[in-house]
Write a protein that binds this ligand. Structure first.
Ligand SMILES: NC(=O)c1ccc[n+]([C@@H]2O[C@H](COP(=O)([O-])OP(=O)(O)OC[C@H]3O[C@@H](n4cnc5c(N)ncnc54)[C@H](O)[C@@H]3O)[C@@H](O)[C@H]2O)c1
Length: 321
C-alpha cells in the first residue's frame, strides 16, 4: 500500500455529505470504507464509486459495534433533516449516542483519529450572533428537535471524555447548513424544499414571515473543511464551526430560487415551526486560524449546481417528496 494511503471509514457515507466525502478521499488516493444503514442515504449516491478497487460499501447500523481496521474515522451517520430525525426520535438519539460510543470504542481499539460531524444545532435557538465555539447554546431538552440536538451534544461530550480519559485523537466539526447535489429531495430542508417546489411548479412554502436568516455552505467547501480538520495538528480537537457566514433571509432565498428556476410558483407563508431558530450564522474565525479554511463558492454558483442536480431527477421522474 502507498505510504500516504490511509484506510478511512466514513459512517453515513451513502448520505449527502458522506458521498461527497467518499469521492474526495478516493480521488486523494485513500482506501474508503463506506458504512451506512441506508436510512436516509442510498446506494445511488455512491453507485459510481463501486467500480473502484479502493472503495467498499458495507450495510451496517452504527448503533451496533463494528470491528474493522482503519486509520481514520469520519462519523457522519445520523439523519440530518428534521423530517427524518423526528420520524423515529429514539433511533436518532441512539444513532448519535450509541453510535458515538461504538465508533469511539473502535477508534480506541485501532488507534484511529476520529472526526465527529456535529452541528450548529448544538447552539439551539441562540441568544448570541454570530455563534462562536465558546457559546454553550440554548436547547430545549424536551422539544421536538431535542433527539437530534441533545444527541449531538451528548456525542460531543463523549468525544471529549474519550480524549481526556483515553487520550484518543479526536476532531469535532460543528457543521452549519450545507447544501448541494445529492441532498434528499424529500428531506424538507429549505434549499431542497424550495428547489423541488419550484421545479414542480408548486407553491413555495415559507414557515414564519421569511425574515429569519440562514447561511448556506456549498458541499464542496464543507468537505474541504472536514478534510483539513482531519489533517490538522494533533493538539487541535475543535469544536470548530464550519459553515458559510454570509446570511440571507429565507424570503430572499425563495425569491432567488424562483428567479433562477424561472418557475411560475407563488410564495406562500405558513406558521413558524416550534423551536425554529430565528437566526443562524457561524463565526468561522477559528477555522480560518487553525485550518486556513473559508468557503469560496458563492451562493449563486452553488444553487446552479444544486438546481441542475434536481432538474436531472425531475426530468427522469425521480423527484418525489
Ligand atoms: N447537511 C447539513 O447541513 C448538516 C448540518 C449539520 C450537521 N450535519 C451532520 O452531517 C452528517 C451528514 O449529514 P447529511 O446532510 O449528509 O445527512 P444524510 O441524512 O444525507 O446522511 C446521513 C447518513 O447516515 C446514515 N445513517 C443514519 N443512521 C444511521 C445508523 N444508525 N447507522 C448507519 N448509518 C446511518 C443515513 O442512511 C445517511 O446515509 C450528519 O451527522 C449530520 O448531523 C449535516
Amino acid at each position: 500500500m502507498k505510504r500516504d494511503r490511509k484506510r478511512v471509514l466514513i459512517t453515513g457515507g451513502a448520505g449527502f455529505l458522506g458521498s461527497h466525502l467518499c469521492e474526495r478521499l478516493l480521488v486523494a488516493g485513500h482506501e474508503v470504507l463506506c458504512v451506512d444503514n441506508f436510512y436516509t442515504g442510498s446506494k445511488d449516491n455512491v453507485l459510481r464509486l463501486l467500480d473502484s478497487p479502493h472503495f467498499e460499501l458495507m450495510r451496517h447500523d452504527i448503533t451496533f459495534p463494528l470491528y474493522v481496521e482503519v486509520d481514520e474515522i469520519y462519523n457522519l451517520a445520523c439523519p440530518a433533516s428534521p423530517v427524518h430525525y423526528q420520524f423515529d426520535p429514539v433511533q436518532t438519539t441512539k444513532t448519535s449516542v450509541h453510535g458515538a460510543i461504538n465508533m469511539l470504542g473502535l477508534a480506541k481499539r485501532v488507534r484511529a483519529t476520529i472526526l465527529q460531524a456535529s452541528t450548529s444545532e448544538v447552539y439551539g435557538d441562540p441568544e448570541v450572533h454570530p455563534q462562536t465555539e465558546a457559546y454553550w447554546g440554548r436547547v430545549n431538552p424536551i422539544g421536538p428537535r431535542a433527539c437530534y440536538d441533545e444527541g449531538k451534544r451528548c456525542a460531543e461530550t463523549l468525544f471529549f471524555d474519550y480524549f481526556g480519559q483515553h487520550g484518543l485523537a479526536i476532531k469535532v466539526a460543528r457543521i452549519f447548513n450545507t447544501y448541494g447535489p445529492r441532498m434528499h429531495p424529500g428531506d424538507g430542508r429549505v434549499v431542497s424544499n424550495f428547489i423541488v417546489q419550484a421545479l414542480s411548479n408548486k407553491p413555495i412554502t415559507i414557515y414564519g414571515d421569511g425574515t429569519q436568516t440562514r447561511s448556506f455552505c456549498y458541499v464542496d467547501d464543507l468537505v474541504d473543511g472536514l478534510i483539513r480538520l482531519m489533517a490538522s495538528e494533533p493538539e487541535f480537537t475543535g469544536p470548530v464551526n464550519l459553515g458559510n457566514p454570509t446570511e440571507i433571509s429565507i424570503g430572499a432565498l425563495a425569491e432567488q430560487i424562483v428567479a433562477m428556476t424561472g418557475t411560475g410558483s407563488s410564495i406562500v407563508y405558513r406558521p413558524a415551526l416550534q423551536d425554529d431558530p430565528t437566526q443562524r450564522c457561524p463565526d468561522i474565525s477559528l477555522a480560518g486560524r487553525h485550518l486556513d479554511w473559508r468557503p469560496t463558492i458563492e451562493l449563486e454558483k452553488g444553487l446552479q449546481e444544486t438546481i441542475a442536480y434536481f432538474e436531472k431527477l425531475h426530468s427522469s421522474n425521480q423527484l418525489t417528496y
